[in-house]
Design a protein around this ligand. Sequence first.
Ligand SMILES: [Zn+2]
Length: 83
Amino acid sequence: MKTALTKTEANEKIINFFSKPNFTPDEMKKIKRLAMKFNIKLKPYKNKFCKKCLSPLKGKIRISKTHKTIECGFCGHKNKFKI
Ligand SMILES: [Zn+2]
């Protein structure tokens, strides 16, 4: 039988997930779904994963006056963040 997660448990799961140094896009997809289900904001972790391919975000960082851009090392998508 599946036990239903509470929001606190889901939150802990997400915090744990992002404390890992590495993850796969598949795992990221599951976390995204979990966050959506419990209406948990992934905003604090936005710079941890690529918006397009959901891989861990590691790549060239460019900083302008208003934005920080991190280019995804996997798909080349430029992830823009407001500073
Ligand atoms: Zn990417």
